[in-house]
Design a protein. Structure first.
Length: 319
């Protein structure tokens, strides 16, 4: 009798733990774990990372992304997502270009929901946090964008990304630490108006997270993020002679002048059932800066490319 109870209890523990183990990739807004999907399995996701407040007027941007992932093998996952950009803003400072230009000048407003682009990605797992001393995966991605995330204006952008995923678990996998350094190589064109702009940009994005399972199916965590970019925009064929330009062409790789940077920090919470999960969190800009003047950089914060806070919500369903 006791043996039957023991078997039943063990099965219950495994049942509760299984969705958490599979969903450990998704415990935060930006940071991700090293997990890949089991061979032949499918997961669909819907995320909305909303960005608020440019320190002038009002600003709201919803970055909405439906996504599907497929496990090619137990170690290799491929995915595809669509970007839907929903902007609603009216900024009151000429320092906050391109927003003030796209809205039609101070006193006007831009409000539109648009198709922003798509992303293709793959993730390959090398070390497992459950079997090895730590977890380690690598990711590659390609993005094509037709709208600029800051203002919703028309652009032509192609980006290639490389991401490293590190994960370390403690206390029987109830305490999880992750670190994700990511490098993005962007080539962006804007041929509208009187200025023809070409930007070859190298972007650095580092996300880190810690999360603790405080009850069955529930994780609470803390997430930190740094984002910065390096470039010298080419305007009508001319570079700024005081800045270094970035290049990632074969035989001509160089990192240009830093344009902006920001640091974010905030709490997250995650809930998982057997076949679905949900994650929510809010990240506040705690420091930032850049080359731009005036309202674009004030109070030790950056506002031309960053916001006061981000609110994230993501949902996933596994097949």
């Amino acid at each position: 009798m006791r043996a039957k109870h023991l078997v039943a209890a063990s099965a219950g523990v495994m049942l509760l733990a299984s969705p958490l183990t599979q969903a450990e990739e998704n415990l935060w807004i930006y940071a991700k774990g090293t997990d890949t999907r089991p061979q032949g399995s499918v997961e669909v996701k819907l995320s909305d990372v909303s960005r608020f407040d440019k320190g002038s007027g009002d600003y709201r941007f919803h970055d909405i992304r439906p996504e599907i992932e497929y496990g090619v093998t137990d170690k290799l996952t491929v995915g595809a997502e669509i970007m839907i950009f929903d902007h609603n803003y009216s900024v009151n400072s000429d320092d906050l270009g391109p927003m003030v230009d796209t809205q039609g000048g101070i006193g006007s407003r831009f409000n539109d929901t648009q198709y922003g682009g798509f992303e293709l990605a793959l993730k390959y797992n090398i070390l497992s946090p459950y079997k090895d001393f730590m977890g380690f995966s690598v990711g590659l991605g390609y993005e094509n964008r037709e709208k600029y995330r800051l203002d919703g204006g028309d652009i032509k952008q192609d980006s290639f990304t490389a991401t490293l995923f590190f994960q370390k678990n403690f206390l029987d996998d109830t305490l999880v630490f992750v670190l994700n350094p990511k490098v993005e190589f962007e080539r962006r064109k804007n041929d509208g108006g009187d200025e023809k702009v070409l930007e070859e940009e190298i972007s650095l994005d580092v996300s880190a997270g810690v999360s603790y399972r405080f009850a069955p199916k529930w994780f609470i965590g803390l997430e930190a993020r740094h984002q910065s970019d390096y470039l010298n925009p080419q305007i009508n064929g001319e570079f700024d002679p005081e800045l270094d330009r970035s290049s990632f062409d074969l035989g001509d790789f160089r990192i240009g002048s830093q344009h902006q940077y920001a640091y974010y920090l905030g709490p997250t919470i995650h809930y998982a059932e057997q076949t679905w999960w949900a994650t929510a969190g809010v990240l506040f800009q705690v420091a930032g800066g850049g080359r731009a003047d005036g309202d674009a950089n004030k109070d030790n914060r950056n506002y031309d490319e960053h916001e006061k806070y981000h609110v994230g919500l993501s949902l996933g369903y596994e097949f």
